[in-house]
Design a binder for this molecule. Sequence first.
Ligand SMILES: N[C@@H](CCC(=O)N[C@@H](CS)C(=O)NCC(=O)O)C(=O)O
Length: 217
Amino acid sequence: MTLALYLHPLSSYVQKAKTGFYEKDVAFETRMLDGSDPVASEFAARWPIGRFPVLADGDALIFEATSIIDYLDARFPETLRLVPEDAMAAVEVRMWDRFFDNYVSYPQQRIVYRAIGREPDDGEGGAKWKTALETAYGLLDARMADRTWAAGEFSLADCAAAPALLYADWTHPIPEHFAALHAYRQRLLGRPSYARALDEARPYRHMFPLGAPTDRD
Ligand SMILES: N[C@@H](CCC(=O)N[C@@H](CS)C(=O)NCC(=O)O)C(=O)O
């Protein structure tokens, strides 16, 4: 049975899910969501919530990037696990996965959505969300001082971290003195699975609303 992933390559959550596929070397077909039919209509009919990535495995629909990676662990148990089998280690991984989605990607998306008028202007240049990102940066810098990956071996948490930190730094730069966090971000960008997802997004970088850097990443 063919796996089909509804996606746009620039999407951070798509990159997160793709990192899981590439870590596991599991093949999938692309259903490109660029507004054109028939994929746009097919997607709207199957998943009216409209957010992606969404994985179709026959009639089964798996939504949320985290759940897609969980699903791959369950569906392909012979491949590299991204959530450890050990229950306590799994708690740690899931906790940090939530951290990157909720405390890095969420404020980062608020800043972008405000800038493009999709959410109301707070009149403060997104100050509240920038402060939230700075708090997350400080915490992560301290955590990553003596670690290679976010929670043990490379895991679901790192799949979440890679695009979250890519776009967070483009949106509200990570201060230079957070050396451990910068080093972690560079490790993530160099991880072959994420580097592949990042490369696939390169042709669309000009669409990043705040302007993507042209000399790095
Ligand atoms: N909680 C979802 C978030 C997915 C999400 O926000 N996707 C964005 C792209 S990064 C999207 O679908 N945007 C289209 C829209 O909001 O209409 C997940 O973890 O997969």
